[in-house]
Design a protein around this ligand. Structure first.
Ligand code: NDP
Ligand code: GFR
Length: 313
């Protein structure tokens, strides 16, 4: 069957650039939105030019330019959005409402993947303030998609390795601890950690798969379902270092939300759900509207986390 033509929106972003790469690697005619607003952002422009050199087409349109966006969307079959959503970077998920409007008017899109790629927002109705905004906004986008009857796939990618693994799930750092590690509760709550290139590979792999139509696809490969204690043990084994473990009870962790900036308050809420509540693994994947990617695509050799950690030695 003919491979769909793909438009990536947010293609120079942290995940977006990996989605462009995966789309090209999997043989899709790949377009990347080039926004006029990038102005003098030389890194973005250079990245877009590198995508063009790798065979992608750059489609010029602003999210604020409805007609331009419709014209861009009309040139493809599938749209994948990797719009920003991490607070200390930028957070513009609701801009996707303009993209939904353009897709609705264009009428030709066979699959739209909105920017999700984390906890399943449909399972986060109970989420703590202010972090709940991430999920409420993603649900607002879903509502617009479903009201417009746009065929879609939602990707619940669990934890991006670079944000959660080398730092052994510590907040406010991206590097391994040297002496001590704060352990959330007893450290035995299971989460799931994904190399970001694997997130992109699974995302593109499902765009032409009817089994993923109008479904939520979880990225939950068996060997990457790990607790914080298991991550710590892997790092200690690799590095030959023993770290002092300092348990942080949930009450103390939640109390630390006071007086900190909004981005960190959002993060604390998210980390509470991830590592005290176990929100990624405290449910079974139902079969009717949910699938698990490593079962659908066993041919994808996903990176294990001891392998991932090696680059930080
Ligand atoms: P980035 O912060 O890298 O931003 C992605 C893109 O958003 C930018 O490159 C830009 O697109 C676009 N964008 C940002 N601001 C604007 C604006 N004002 N107007 C138009 N476009 C804008 O995103 P991430 O890769 O960090 O996040 C992508 C998704 O992944 C989010 O849904 C986030 O929640 C999720 N995520 C999940 C994680 C996990 O652990 N599960 C970790 C990190 C993110 P352009 O390229 O056109 O300039
Ligand atoms: C795991 O799913 C998600 C992760 C999600 O559904 C939404 C957002 C995220 C964020 C995490 C928590 O906000 O992506 C990465 C991480 C961002 C973050 C990392 C926030 C505060 C921090 O101090 C931090 O330190 C590494």
């Amino acid at each position: 069957m003919e491979k769909s033509r793909v438009l990536v929106v947010g293609g120079t972003g942290y995940l977006g650039r990996r989605i462009v790469k995966a789309s090209l690697a999997q043989g899709h005619e790949t377009c990347v939105l080039m926004r006029p607003e990038i102005g003098l952002d030389i890194d973005k422009l250079q990245m877009l030019l590198s995508f063009k050199a790798q065979g992608a087409r750059l489609l010029e349109a602003s999210l604020d330019d409805h007609r331009g966006l419709v014209a861009a969307v009309k040139q493809v079959d599938v749209v994948v959005s990797a719009m920003s959503g991490v607070h200390f970077r930028s957070h513009n998920l609701l801009l996707q409402l303009k993209l939904v409007e353009a897709i609705k008017e264009a009428g030709n899109v066979k699959r739209f993947l909105p920017s999700e790629f984390g906890m399943n927002p449909a399972r986060m109705g109970h989420a703590l303030e202010p972090g709940r905004v991430s999920f409420d906004e993603k649900m607002e986008i879903r509502k617009a998609i479903e009201e417009a009857n746009i065929p879609h796939t939602y990707i619940s990618a669990n934890c991006f390795a670079a944000y959660f693994v080398p730092n052994l799930c510590q907040m406010r750092t991206l590097l391994p601890p040297k002496e001590e590690v704060h352990v959330y509760g007893d450290g035995n709550v299971k989460a799931i950690f994904m190399d970001e290139d694997d997130v992109a590979a699974y995302t593109i792999r499902c765009i032409d798969d009817p089994r993923a139509l109008n479904k939520t696809i979880y990225l939950r490969p068996e060997e990457n379902i790990l607790s914080q204690n298991e991550l710590i043990a892997k790092w200690e084994k690799l590095s030959g270092k023993v770290l002092e473990k300092i348990p942080i009870p949930s009450e103390e962790f939640l109390a630390s939300i006071k007086g900190t900036d909004l981005a960190n308050q959002v993060g604390i809420g998210h980390y509470y759900h991830l590592f005290y509540e176990g929100c990624l693994t405290n449910f079974d994947i139902r079969d009717n509207w949910e699938e698990e990617a490593s079962l659908l695509y066993p041919e994808i050799q996903y990176i294990r986390m001891d392998e991932y950690m090696k680059r930080y030695l």
